[in-house]
Design a protein around this ligand. Structure first.
Ligand SMILES: *Cc1c(COP(=O)(O)O)cnc(C)c1O
Length: 401
């Protein structure tokens, strides 16, 4: 997917537009699979919330991926994409018993993350196998916004409450077939991750009907130069051998599951915008583009740094720019960034736009959400139309007082 390809996509489908490279998604998937080749049964369940377009789900399904879902709607979207229900796991946080029962009724594997629901569900449906989400209280990453395993996190059942879990399982006679952890979004240190895994193995010994262990995600991908990336090969080697050892001890070949989002799709995505205005102020040069945090909120929400290229003038002289959006709110994508000289009308390309970009978009300022394109086999496939005026008013009701 080169600059010429990207520019032709803008000519055909307009801007702003999200573009995803199928080959890149496949290579990431295969890289992960390869890293865990020593494990007999590996399930890679793609975290749907990262990028939930049905064509992306279908493509990942065709590679062999299952789906990790966090809402009943994501379950339904995955089913619409043709993913078999036995390849879907439902890992919500703080949803109602009613929704969990509905998901379970569809036939997907459910994963319960609090004692209250565990007790209620186990009492009503002791025969339905459930997975339990454990919080091992290990900080896998540096940023507390995206680390979900630490002591004050709202996610999972605390490892210290294991005796209470066991009491509920015993009293209800429920069937625990899986055990899960998801320590956070950034595995910076494999040893920290392996330490958390030991806690999960220790927990697993308390349940004798397990079929799988789910180690969540947290595979870090680089966003900017100098960022470290999770070394999946090293992690694969170390965890696989530890896992196989555990299975031997446990007396049963279990399935090892992961649920990566970012790792599979982040780097495959580009977000293409057009520069509306180049504005000089007393202190900087602004490049104002035809987008804002309505389409890409990560820089403002998490301080994420997405690389920005000027694909209309890639070899131009570099200058310093503040790249901002067009909505009426501070929407700074990048501050003081070195970019080849920008003229009005140029197309800028944001990198790492596959994960948590379109899926977090909104209609703020009553703007349309962008189109999405899948680049596959050297061709551009439109996988979501740009919204229209009709989409904005679809559910609104004009009253006549
Ligand atoms: C969001 C989420 C993931 C995916 O995390 P990434 O950092 O995108 O890989 C996996 N599991 C659960 C339970 C999640 O909520």
């Amino acid at each position: 997917m080169n600059n010429e390809n990207l520019l032709s996509i803008v000519r055909e489908f307009g801007s702003p537009v999200y573009v995803y490279d199928a080959e890149r998604i496949a290579s990431q998937y295969n890289r992960l699979k390869e890293a865990f080749r020593d494990v007999e049964q590996l399930n890679i369940n793609y975290a749907v919330k990262a990028l939930s377009n049905i064509s992306i789900l279908k493509f990942l399904g065709s590679l062999g991926a299952g789906m990790d879902t966090v809402s009943i709607q994501e379950v339904l979207i995955a089913m619409e994409a043709g993913i078999p229900v036995n390849r879907i796991i439902y890992t919500p946080n703080g949803v109602s018993l009613d929704e969990i029962e509905k998901a379970s009724g569809l036939g997907v594997q459910i994963n319960i993350d609090n004692l209250s629901i565990l007790e209620q569900f186990g009492t009503k449906h002791p025969e339905i196998p459930v997975c339990i989400r454990i919080n091992p209280h290990v900080m896998a990453g540096g940023n507390t916004n995206i680390s979900v395993g630490h002591i004050d996190s709202k996610f999972g059942i605390s490892i210290h409450q294991l005796p209470h879990i066991e009491r509920i399982v015993k009293n209800t006679g429920m069937h625990v077939n899986g055990i899960h952890m998801h320590t956070g979004s950034d595995i910076l240190d494999i040893d920290v991750f392996l330490y958390a895994s030991e806690i999960l193995f220790e927990t697993a010994r308390h349940f004798d009907r397990l079929e799988f262990m789910d180690f969540g995600s947290g595979f870090k991908v680089p966003y900017k130069e100098g960022d470290i990336e999770t070394n999946v090969d090293e992690m694969g080697k170390k965890l696989s051998s530890r896992f196989n050892e555990f299975c031997e001890e446990y007396g049963k070949q279990l399935t090892l599951a992961f649920e990566p989002g970012k790792f599979l799709v982040s780097e495959a995505g580009k977000f293409l915008v057009q520069v509306n205005v180049v504005k000089q102020t007393t202190s900087t040069v602004f490049a104002q583009v035809d987008s804002g945090f309505n389409h890409l909120i990560r820089p403002m929400l998490y301080g994420s740094q997405h690389e920005i290229e000027n694909i209309s003038n890639p070899s131009g002289r570099e200058r310093f720019y503040s790249v901002v959006g067009y909505i009426c709110e501070t929407d700074t994508f990048a501050n003081n960034r070195r970019i080849p000289e920008i003229s009005e009308g140029d197309i800028l390309s944001f990198s790492n736009a596959g994960a948590y970009c379109f899926s977090m978009s909104s209609n703020y300022n009553s703007r349309y959400r962008p189109a999405e394109v899948l680049w596959k086999d050297g061709k551009a496939h439109l996988i979501r139309k740009r919204e229209t005026m009709e989409d904005l008013t679809r559910n609104q009701i004009l009253i006549h007082p």
